[in-house]
Design a protein around this ligand. Structure first.
Ligand code: EPU
Length: 348
């Protein structure tokens, strides 16, 4: 259909974001487009071409809002992925391809695969957020990152109005990073993601805490691995439905082994994990904990009492409260250890 004949998309004014960010921060977006599928985006693209004022508005692509900090009202257009659905789209002797719509809940996808004996995603159980958001920050937990089982995705380019496909290499995945945090940020809207799950499943128990939790079971199945991950997460991480938070607030910093060794000389209990590329990942939670921040608060924002890497909304926190707390923690860690912490969530 020519763009001029497409119906105007339904843009919702003064859209409250309070229930659309897991920090539970009360903020309002000027406009919101619920994206149910690609037709809504074609209609939006036609409207953007026709309306320069709409085109100039800042945009925010929003999934479950589990990795953002809203620092105020958003004077722009929110594109909210609402599409749902999961299908098997291919199968051979080695693998099964599973495609899920961007707005599908991440944990719902994990449960769907486990119910069909399709293993691979079990270590990523109970991560908040949506399927469409998973590749953006290459979600990871308990030794597995989503890139391992990522096959491809389709997305809509808001600038050109076209749909495109990216394979794993094109996504340039890194630790909590991908091309969607850089060149494609707020320009691409992910429509669906296809995962590749091995026919021959082997449990990945390299993460020590997970191995310990399953030590009593000789050959744990995928459901038992998932259950153990869920139990660990529930023990250590606050449920965003109860206490607002965005998971780990800082990335675990990557430093050289020489830097780690120098730190170890002064701090023998320092927690670090060597990486394949020769660098070392320091446990940011340990660094913050050592600075005495665990369980402390600054205004309505606090540090979770069971995991120092998680900042929480103690009730009515504004984005500015969270930011102030994050800056204070960064300053202390820098002063004590000479290490700069980088936030994991995106500030809006
Ligand atoms: N630690 C402390 N004090 C604390 C917190 C942690 O001493 O308050 C120590 C722990 O004892 C442990 C080490 O730090 O030795 C690492 O802690 P943990 O195993 O809890 O994992 P993490 O490094 O804090 C990372 C991810 C999590 C993921 C877990 C499990 C990042 C930024 N975070 O946390 O991801 O679930 O490993 O794989 O990489 C997220 O990204 O939102 C997230 C929750």
């Amino acid at each position: 259909m020519p763009p001029s004949l497409l119906p105007m998309p339904t843009l919702l004014p003064n859209f409250s974001l309070r229930t659309h960010n897991t920090f539970g921060i009360d903020a309002v977006a000027d406009l919101c487009l619920p994206v149910r599928g690609v037709d809504d985006l074609h209609a939006l693209h036609a409207a953007l071409l026709a309306d320069p004022a709409l085109r100039r508005l800042p945009r925010l692509v929003l999934g479950g809002g589990s990795n953002i900090v809203l620092t105020g009202d958003f004077h722009g257009l929110v594109l909210h992925s609402c599409s749902r659905g999961i299908d098997i789209v291919g199968q051979d002797a080695q693998r099964t391809l599973v495609r899920a719509a961007a707005g599908t809940g991440w944990h719902a996808l994990v449960l769907w695969t486990l119910a069909r004996q399709l293993g691979g995603l079990e270590n990523l159980s109970l991560i908040p957020g949506t399927v469409g958001a998973a590749p953006i920050q290459n979600i990871g937990a308990y030794g597995v990152e989503v890139e391992r089982h990522f096959h491809a995705l389709t997305a809509f380019d808001l600038d050109s109005g076209s749909v495109f496909t990216l394979d794993r290499a094109a996504c340039r995945f890194g630790y909590r990073d991908s091309i969607f945090k850089h060149g494609w940020r707020d320009r691409a809207v992910i429509l669906d993601v296809t995962f590749t799950l091995p026919r021959l499943w082997v449990a990945d128990l390299r993460y020590a805490e997970l191995a310990t939790a399953l030590a009593g079971i000789a050959a744990p199945d995928m459901q038992q691995v998932s259950d153990a991950v869920i139990a660990i997460r529930q023990r250590k991480l606050p449920d965003p439905a109860v206490i607002g938070n965005a998971g780990s607030f800082f990335k675990n910093p990557l430093v050289s082994r020489a830097t780690r060794d120098a730190l170890l000389a002064h701090h023998p209990a320092l927690v670090s994990h060597d990486q394949a590329d020769g660098s070392t990942k320091l446990a940011a939670g340990w660094l913050i904990d050592q600075c005495g921040w665990k369980g402390r608060a600054l205004g309505a924002a606090g540090v979770y009492h069971k995991q120092a890497l998680v900042l929480v909304n103690l009730g009515g926190a504004r984005g500015a409260d969270v930011l102030q707390l994050a800056l204070a923690i960064q300053a202390d860690v820098l002063q004590r250890f000479g290490v700069q912490l980088e936030p994991e969530p995106i500030f809006v």
